[in-house]
Design a protein. Structure first.
Length: 135
């Protein structure tokens, strides 16, 4: 259930920023002077990147693809050295998330051929840590 909530949140974040930026471009082309003064703030509604971690129990590895549901360009395998990977998500499309270099492992980073790839949302997670014990 936690992954469903997180997955839904990520889709909302990426789609809301895209819609807001698109609205701003339309307003600029129409010459809307009231909106021009607030462009800087309205286009930066959320960060362009979100960090997530790999959460796949499949022992054979996790595929990184060239396009959503496309050709496999690399596979991430968990082992004794790299048992956790951090990914930088930059876009979403129909349940897939675009990731870019580097994929950070515990000991070694992994570079994606071509600098970016796609991973399915069912194998990634985000979490918060409360190191200071705050309520």
């Amino acid at each position: 259930m936690k992954n469903v909530i997180i997955y839904s949140f990520l889709i909302v974040v990426f789609s809301s920023c895209a819609q807001k930026a698109e609205t701003n471009l339309e307003s600029k082309s129409k010459g809307d002077s009231a909106l021009l003064g607030s462009d800087i703030h309205s286009q930066s509604c959320y960060p362009n990147e979100i960090e997530a971690y790999l959460n796949d129990a499949d022992k054979s590895g996790t595929n990184i693809r060239k396009n959503p549901n496309g050709e496999i360009i690399t596979t991430l395998t968990k082992d004794d050295v790299n048992f956790e990977y951090m990914l930088r998500l930059t876009a979403s499309q129909n349940g897939w998330f675009k990731i870019k270099n580097p994929i950070m492992g515990v000991e070694n980073d992994t570079n994606i051929p071509g600098g970016e790839g796609w991973i399915h949302g069912s194998v990634i997670s985000v979490d918060t840590r409360n190191y200071q014990g705050e309520h």
